[in-house]
Write a protein that binds this ligand. Structure first.
Ligand code: GAL
Length: 634
C-alpha cells in the first residue's frame, strides 16, 4: 500500500470563492485526504432543527471533484450555544464543582442524556445526508475525546449515571460496600442513591471509589462514541475512526477502538515536549525544535494496536503551535522526519493540521501549510518533499516487532487514584521502559492485556499492571519468551484491595512483595554495576537469580524462572538499560547502544533511521544530517 498525505481544512473559515483554488492546490500537491466538518455544527444547524446544508454540499462537491477523498467529522465537540439553552445542565463540571463554561469547545458532559440525544440527532442528520456521497471516504467521530481534561465530569448527570452504573455492576449496595472496604471510616452506604462522586471530600476518597468512577467515565465515552458509530454505519459503508491524542489516558482507547475501523491520532511533537513527555530540562532544551525522540513513536505503536493494525496521523504539526508553554518553530527537516517516522511505524496516512493558518480566534498563532495570506509556509516545502519521496520510495512493509510491551488503561487509572508518591504514574513508568528499549535499537509492538498470542515475540514487557487477570498471568507463565513483570504487578485485586497471598502471586513462582516505599527525587538508591533505583521500590521475598541489586545488597530484579523476571522498582535509564540488555541476551535478541537522539524502526526488509539531534550524527559507518532520515536496506 502506498502511503498517503492529507490535510485538515475548514471551508467554513474561508470565503466560498477560494474553495476551488484551495482544492486545486491540495490536489496539485498530491494530497489524497481532506478532513472537514468536525467543528461546523453552528454553520450546519444555526438554530435547533434549522439546517443550512447548502454550503457543506458545495464544499464537499468542490473538494471531491478536485479528486480529494473526504474525511467528514461529526461536530459534537463543539455544541452550539443554543444547545445550552435547551439543556442548561449539559455542561461538564470540573473536580472543584465548577461548570466548564461555553466559549471554547468540549463543554459537554458524556453522561447528559439530553446532550447524547442532540449528538445522535446531528450525527443522524449528517449520516443521512452524506452517508452515500461518493466523496465521503471516512468518518471521524467527535474530536479528541479527553482534550482539555474533559473525561471526568462531576455533574449531576454524571452522579445519577454513576449510581446506575454501580447498581448494574454490584447488584446490591452490600456487595459494593464489601468490595470497596467501606467499613473503613464508616463510609458504608445504605443505598446506591447515597453514593456521590469522589470529589470535594475532606481528604482523599476511597481509591476503590475513585477507580470505579474512572471506569464508569471510560464506559461513558465508549457508549457515547458507539452511539455515533451505530448511526453512521446504518447510513454509510465508509470506515469510521476517532482522533486520539498524546498522553491522554483517561478512557480505555482499546474499548473505543473495538467499535471503530481504524485509529488516528494527533501528533504535535513540539507541543508535547515541555509538559507531557516528562523530559529533563536539558533534553527539553536539546530537543526544543525536534520533539522527544521516543514520544511520537510510542503513540504510533500504541495506536497501531488500538486501531487493530490500521492507523493514521490525522493531525501532524507543520510549524509552531499556539498552546504549549512555549512554541518554537521546528528545525528544518523535522516535518519531513515526523512524517516518515509515522510511515515507518505503519501509518497509512499523515494529514497536516491545518491547511491554512486562521487569522482569527483561538488558533491564530498556529501554523498551517499556508500562511493567512495564502502564501506557502515552511511546512509546505517539506510536505512537498515527502510527496515526491513517497512516489519513488519502496513501500513500508509492516513487520512484527521482536518485543511486545503491554499497555493497559485500567492500570493507568489505578496508579492515578493511588500513586503513593508525587509524579509516580503508570504512563511514565511504561514510557521509561519503551524509551530504554528503543535506546537499544529495538522495534516494539504495544499490545493490550487481552493479547494471548505472543508467537513471534522474543521479549514481553508488562510493567506496572496493578491488576492482572488469572488468565493473563497464566498466559505469561506459559510463554516461552522472556517475560518482564513488575513493579506493582497484581498489586491489587479487581476492586482495588491488596490480595492475599501477597502479590504478584504468579503461578508456580516463589515470590512476594512484602513492603513498598516511594522515594524523594533526591534519594536514588545506586545499583551495583551502574544505574539507580528512583521514585519507587519494593521489598521482595522469594527465590531466583538476582539480576540487579542495590549497592548495599537489596534485590531489585529477580529472575524467578527460566523465562520470568520480576522488577521490584522504578529504575533510571541506565539501570533499566542494563536489565533489558540482559533479558535480550537471554532471548537471543541483538541490541545496539544508540547515541542520544538517534532512533530506528524496522519495517519489512529495511531499517529506518531518524536523527532527532540538531546536529549531524555518525553511527556504524553512516552519517545523518540534523533532522535526517535514512532507509537502510537489510
Ligand atoms: C488538536 C485539535 C485541533 C487543533 C489542534 C491545534 O488538539 O484536535 O482541533 O486545536 O489541536 O494544535
Amino acid at each position: 500500500m502506498k502511503r498517503t498525505l492529507g490535510t485538515c481544512y475548514y471551508p467554513e473559515h474561508w470565503p466560498e470563492e477560494i474553495w476551488a483554488e484551495d482544492a486545486a492546490r491540495m490536489a496539485d500537491l498530491g494530497l489524497t485526504w481532506v478532513r472537514i466538518g468536525e467543528f461546523a455544527w453552528r454553520r450546519i444547524e444555526p438554530g435547533p432543527g434549522e439546517f443550512d446544508w447548502g454550503w457543506l454540499d458545495r464544499a464537499i462537491e468542490i473538494l471531491g471533484d478536485a479528486g480529494l477523498r473526504i474525511v467528514l467529522g461529526t461536530p459534537t465537540a463543539t455544541p452550539p450555544r443554543w444547545t445550552l439553552d435547551r439543556h442548561p445542565d449539559m455542561l461538564a463540571v470540573d473536580v472543584e464543582g465548577r461548570p466548564r463554561g461555553f466559549g471554547s469547545r468540549r463543554h459537554y458532559c458524556f453522561s447528559h442524556a439530553g446532550y447524547l440525544a442532540e449528538s445522535k440527532r446531528i450525527t443522524a442528520a449528517l449520516a443521512e445526508r452524506y452517508g452515500r456521497n461518493p466523496h465521503i471516504a471516512a468518518w471521524q467521530t467527535d474530536n479528541e475525546y479527553g482534550c482539555h481534561d474533559t473525561i471526568l465530569s462531576y455533574s449531576e448527570a454524571a452522579r445519577h449515571a454513576f449510581r446506575d452504573w454501580l447498581a448494574e455492576r454490584y447488584g446490591t449496595v452490600a456487595v459494593l460496600n464489601a468490595a470497596w472496604g467501606n467499613v473503613f471510616w464508616s463510609i458504608a452506604y445504605n443505598s446506591f442513591d447515597q453514593v456521590d462522586l469522589p470529589n470535594l471530600t475532606v481528604t482523599e476518597a476511597n481509591p476503590a471509589h475513585g477507580l470505579a468512577f474512572r471506569r464508569f467515565s471510560s464506559d461513558q465515552v465508549v457508549a457515547f462514541n458507539r452511539a455515533q458509530v451505530d448511526i453512521i454505519r446504518a447510513a454509510s459503508d465508509a470506515p469510521v475512526m476517532h482522533n486520539y491524542m498524546g498522553r491522554i489516558t483517561d478512557f480505555d482507547h482499546f474499548e473505543v477502538g473495538e467499535d471503530l475501523d481504524f485509529a488516528t491520532w494527533d501528533s504535535y511533537p513540539l507541543g508535547f515536549l515541555e509538559d507531557r513527555v516528562g523530559a529533563t530540562p536539558q533534553d527539553q532544551r536539546h530537543f526544543a525544535r525536534q520533539g522527544d525522540p521516543d514520544f511520537q513513536a510510542f503513540h504510533h505503536d500504541l495506536y497501531r494496536a488500538v486501531g487493530k493494525g490500521r492507523w493514521w496521523v490525522v493531525e501532524q504539526q507543520p510549524g509552531p503551535v499556539n498552546w504549549a508553554p512555549s512554541n518554537p518553530a521546528p528545525l528544518p527537516g523535522m516535518v519531513r522526519l515526523w512524517t516518515w517516522e509515522a510511515f515507518a511505524h505503519g501509518a497509512e496516512a499523515v494529514c497536516y493540521f491545518r491547511w491554512r493558518q486562521a487569522p482569527f480566534a483561538q488558533e491564530q498563532m498556529h501554523a498551517g501549510l499556508l500562511r493567512p495570506d495564502h502564501a506557502e509556509a515552511p511546512g509546505m516545502t517539506e510536505a512537498r518533499q515527502v510527496m515526491a519521496e513517497i512516489a519513488d520510495a519502496p513501500d513500508v512493509v509492516p513487520k512484527q516487532a521482536p518485543v511486545a510491551l503491554i499497555f493497559d488503561y485500567d492500570a493507568d487509572a489505578a496508579w492515578a487514584v493511588q500513586p503513593h508518591g508525587m509524579d509516580l504514574s503508570y504512563f511514565g513508568l511504561v514510557f521509561d521502559m519503551y524509551r530504554a528499549l528503543r535506546g537499544l535499537g529495538l522495534s516494539i509492538d504495544i499490545v493490550s492485556t487481552q493479547q494471548r498470542d505472543f508467537d513471534g515475540y522474543r521479549l514481553i514487557c508488562a510493567p506496572g499492571l496493578v491488576h492482572m487477570s488469572d488468565d493473563l498471568k497464566a498466559a505469561l507463565a506459559r510463554a516461552d519468551q522472556q517475560v518482564l513483570l513488575g513493579p506493582r504487578s497484581g498489586a491489587r485485586d479487581a476492586e482495588f484491595s491488596i490480595p492475599v497471598p501477597l502479590p504478584p502471586d504468579l503461578p508456580d513462582v516463589d515470590l512476594c512483595v512484602t513492603r513498598v516505599e516511594s522515594l524523594r527525587a533526591d534519594m536514588p538508591r545506586p545499583l551495583a554495576g551502574g544505574g539507580a533505583v528512583q521514585f519507587y521500590r519494593e521489598e521482595i521475598e522469594g527465590s531466583g537469580a538476582p539480576l540487579l541489586q542495590t549497592e548495599d545488597g537489596d534485590v531489585v530484579a529477580l529472575k524467578v524462572s527460566d523465562s520470568t523476571t520480576y522488577l521490584a522498582a522504578w529504575c533510571d535509564a541506565k539501570g533499566l538499560g542494563r536489565l533489558l540488555k540482559d533479558l535480550c541476551f537471554a532471548a537471543g535478541l541483538a541490541t545496539m547502544d544508540l547515541p542520544r537522539g538517534l532512533r530506528c524502526r524496522e519495517a519489512g526488509d529495511a531499517r529506518y533511521w531518524f536523527n532527532y539531534n540538531p546536529h549531524p550524527i555518525e553511527f556504524e559507518g553512516f552519517k545523518l544530517p540534523a533532522a535526517g532520515v535514512f532507509r537502510q536496506a537489510m
